[in-house]
Each structure stands twice: as C-alpha cells, then as structure tokens.
Ligand binder design. Structure first.
Ligand code: PLP
Length: 450
C-alpha cells in the first residue's frame, strides 16, 4: 500500500526563515479565534483594589462539595491539598492556557527538556488527542493536506482528518522515520505539477504509533530542513517520549536523558509540540501541554476556552501538587520505573518472538512506546486472512490497515498488525506470541495442503 499525492493548487515558497506572522498559516477557524468578551472583562477588572466584582460568572466556593483532598502514591507517599488549593481545584479555569501554577511548571519543563531556540509559549491541554484536533482546526480548512508517515496514529486517520475533511498525504518511512529525500522529492514534484501542497507535517517521532520507530537526531534535522524549505509547520505529537528504553542504554534514561526533539531545533518557530501526561503518568488524567509560536498558542487557548472552558482544573491542581512534591528527581525516578516496566515487556515480546516467530513474521525490537509493528510472512496477504484463526487461538492484534493514511483497502491487502505489548503481563506476552506462532503455522500448513 502506498500514499497517493493530492490534486492541484500550491507551490513551494522555499521559506527557511523565522515565522514572524502566524496569520498566513491559519485556517478560517484559526483566524476567527479571539479572546472571549467575558475573558477580556475578567482581565480588565482583576486586581482593582477593593472592587465588588459583579462582572464574572464564577460560582461561590462556599457552595463546593469538597473540603479536603488527599491521595496516595504507589510508593506510599501521601499528598494533601491546602484549603486554597481545594477551592481552586473546584473552580473554573479563568485563563484558557491552564491552571497558572501547572502552566508555569510546563514552561519550565519545556525550557529544561527542549530549550527551544525560537520564541514560544505553552498552554495546558486535555491530552494530545484533543489538542491535535483543536490545533489542526486552527491550521487547516476542509480539503487541506497534511503530510505524514504512510502508516500513522489511527485516530488521526479516521476520527480527526476523516470527519474534518483533511487530506492525508503519506510518505515512506524506514526504521528511522520519514525518509527526508522521499519527502523532499514528493513535495518538489507536487510543486512542479502545481498540485496543492501540505501545510503541515504531522509526525509521532518517538515510539511511533503504529510502526514503533524513533527518529534519530540527524534524521530529525534533515526532516526539519525539508519542512523549512517547503514552509510546512510541524506538528510533533510525542506522547511516548517518556517511555524510551533503548536496547543498549547504560541504565534507564529517566527524564533528563530523553534526547532532543523537533522543538529543540526549531529556529523558525514552525513546530507545534504536543506533550501528554497520558503515558508519562496515566491516561485517565486527561492533561498535557502544547508548545508553539506564541500567536498560535494564544489562538489555541481561545479555542480551548471556546470549546470546553479549559482543561479540568481539579486534575491540574492535584497534578501540580504531586509534581511539586516530587521535584525533578521524583519525576526522574518515576520515569525510570516505568521505562523499566516497558523495557521488560518489550524484551519479553522480542525474545519470545525470536524463538517462536522467526521465519513466520518480521519485526524490530521497539526502543520506545507501546507497540511492535509486525509483518506477517507465511504467505499472508492481509491481516483478515488470519482473523478466524486468531479468534480460535484466543489472541488478538490491531490490523495495520486501520493505520494507513487511506484507511483499510480490502483489494490491496495489508499483512501488517499492530501489537500492543503494554496492556498485558509478561506471562501473557509470552502466551500471546506462542499463540500467534500457532496461528501462522496453521495458516501456512493450510496453504501448503491447498
Ligand atoms: C500518537 C498518539 N497521539 C495521541 C494519543 C492520545 O494521547 P492523549 O491520551 O494524551 O490524548 C495517542 C494515544 O494512543 C497516540 O498514540
């Protein structure tokens, strides 16, 4: 299967310089986003001494149900919130960019971990998926093109770009991510033929979903340079950043040795980076943060305020208190702990697969994230060929075709499957791989007796 190029209208402007005016990159929706009139009033009247504020719409804290909040961490540490924090946790977000103390923490995290060279601003999100939906809405109109890996995050394919009418333009990748020369060539050809060009590169650079690759620093710079030359913004969706477990690292990486990002090399201000607490801490928290050009971040905050009045305050206050209590060393210890958990699961998959699946399938040992991208051999044309046998043997996997930029295409066939090794125990990983091997052997035997 391969991604196809889109139809006519744009050209390569060979920018390669700092973005001073974000307006030209915005969609109709993005250009229309403004601070709400009530928000403007709140900022205007806040801080006037002795004022009786009848202008807002916040309920009285006296009416809130919670008087104290205490919680326990897995290592037994206890966290409790002060009465002011308990009140704040139950109140609306007045600022669209998040609970201010957590937003300050996120700004520090961005500076410490990515040190972006261009001017940028940070806003708290309700996780990467929602942030992605909002940010693409600010940048793209129906029919606009997004360049991405030929196989990508399935929600991006069918739940965001599909309903919103964006066109996904798949480029080939290898074990180190998108191939910059292929991307450059494809963009040049489209420009020469006066076909429309993508406005955005969407990429999952670490532990890619589904293909599991990690883009090394040099490749990342090459991809960045291509985007800069063709004036594409880069949406760097990096939820698996904290769960890197390279095979040959000297101990777990923690949070301080996770390496650079597209944001770290963003001299132009063209990167929109999405971070999430979903995999670093827990997905049920529904909190993350976005870093981008300040004008784009402002539009993002207006859009967040417009759609949901900002992320859940309760969880932001709790999270902030935990992060303060942990400090950077506590977060580092936590990241090392989870990296060890994912490493053990990934290694168990890889080692069992070497014993059981050699000759029946192909895969790479993952270095990050939660997935193995498995190519079925044994004469398998499409994942569906194996479905009944998998159900019979009680083992499941996601069909690779749902991750393809064009969605499932039954007549083409896709012998790939996405295996998530993260949701099961090490013993279950072993059993699952043994069952997959049985499925493939049975399929192969049936083919030979035909
Ligand atoms: C590439 C990618 N982006 C975003 C998400 C969702 O992240 P969040 O839980 O922060 O919304 C996922 C989760 O599966 C993902 O794989």
């Amino acid at each position: 299967m391969s991604g196809s190029a889109p139809e006519a209208n744009g050209s390569c402007n060979g920018a390669g310089h700092a973005i001073t005016d974000i307006e030209k990159y915005l969609s109709t929706d993005g250009r229309a986003r403004q601070s709400g009139s009530l928000s403007k009033l709140i900022f205007k009247f806040t801080g006037i001494p002795d004022v009786v504020g009848f202008h807002g719409g916040l309920p009285t804290a006296e009416a809130f149900p919670f008087s104290g909040i205490k919680f326990s961490l897995v290592d037994g540490e206890q966290i409790s919130l002060s009465s002011d924090q308990v009140k704040a946790a139950q109140q609306y977000n007045v600022k669209g960019d998040g609970y201010p103390p957590l937003q300050t923490w996120a700004e520090e995290a961005v500076q410490k971990l990515h040190a972006p060279p261009a001017d940028h601003a940070v806003s708290i999100t309700t996780g990467s998926n929602h942030a992605l939906d909002i940010v693409l809405g600010l940048l793209l109109d129906r029919g606009d093109h997004v360049l991405t890996e030929e196989f990508t995050y399935p929600h991006m394919v069918d739940s965001i770009t599909g309903p919103r009418g964006y066109q996904l333009w798949g480029v080939s990748y290898d074990n180190h991510g998108i191939i910059p020369e292929a991307m450059d060539q494809s963009l040049k050809q489209a420009a020469a033929e006066k076909r429309p060009l993508p406005k955005v590169l969407y990429t999952v650079p670490i532990g890619q979903n589904p293909a599991s690759f990690c883009i090394p620093a040099q490749r990342r710079q090459e991809i960045y340079d291509v985007c800069s030359r063709h004036d594409l913004l880069i949406v760097e969706d990096d939820p698996y950043w904290a769960i890197q477990f390279p095979a040959h690292s000297d101990g777990e990486l923690g949070v301080h040795r996770l390496g650079e990002s597209f944001l770290s090399m963003d001299t132009d201000g063209r990167v929109v980076r999405l971070d999430s607490f979903a995999k670093m801490l827990a997905p049920g928290l529904r909190v993350g943060w976005l870093t981008a050009h300040p004008e784009l971040t402002a539009r993002f905050s207006y859009a967040m305020h417009g759609s949901c009045l900002g992320p859940n305050t309760f969880m932001q206050v709790v999270l902030h208190q935990m992060l303060m209590q942990w400090g950077w060393e506590g977060l580092d210890r936590h990241c090392k702990r989870i990296q060890g958990i994912y490493r053990r699961l990934a290694d168990t998959f890889h080692e069992t697969a070497q014993e059981e699946l050699t000759g029946l399938a192909e895969w790479e040992r993952p270095e990050a994230g939660m997935f193995v991208w498995l190519k079925f051999l044994a004469g398998v044309h499409d994942y569906d060929d194996l479905l009944n046998l998998m159900l019979e043997q009680k083992v499941t996997a996601a069909p690779g075709s749902i991750c393809h930029v064009e969605g499932p295409q039954p007549d083409v066939g896709c012998p790939w499957a996405r295996i998530c090794f993260a949701a099961v125990t090490q013993d279950q990983v072993k059993t699952g791989v043994q069952r997959l091997a049985k499925v493939l052997r049975k399929y192969q035997a049936a083919q030979q007796t035909r």
